[in-house]
Design a protein around this ligand. Structure first.
Ligand code: FES
Length: 127
């Protein structure tokens, strides 16, 4: 059975924007909000060259990466053709306006990527 971690309220995420969730052991998770208040969560790393998707432009149920403008679908983390590749997707639950992420996924998914960890460290130092 999943254990859910409260992250924020839906209104804490900008409409057509994102909020970053830091993970001590790996790359941040980006939590996105669509125009219709649907919430999605992806690893904050573009499948192309690791761009921070949380800083991209959200449109419909996709995000345009800020580095080279690839379109990444928010529901599965995959690049829109002809581009290829996917970033890690995370499960989201919204209950009474509160956004939750799966604690097991936060603690286990996409932690073994040294490049992702280095990118997260660089972003934290630059912030
Ligand atoms: S790093 Fe995202 S499009 Fe290149």
């Amino acid at each position: 059975m999943s254990q859910w971690k409260a992250i924020c309220r839906v209104e804490d995420i900008p409409v057509l924007g994102a909020r970053r969730v830091a993970r001590p052991g790996g790359c941040d998770v980006a939590v996105f909000r669509s125009q219709s208040d649907k919430i999605f969560a992806l690893l904050d790393r573009c499948p192309h060259k690791g761009g921070p998707l949380s800083q991209g432009i959200v449109f419909g149920e996709s995000v345009a990466c800020p580095l080279h403008n690839w379109t990444i679908k928010l529901d599965d983390g995959c690049a829109q053709a002809p581009d290829e590749g996917c970033t890690q997707k995370f499960s989201v639950r919204v209950e009474s306006g509160q956004v939750f992420l799966d604690l097991d996924e936060l603690n286990t998914l996409a932690l073994d990527d040294a490049q992702a960890q280095a990118a997260a460290l660089i972003r934290r130092v630059a912030a």
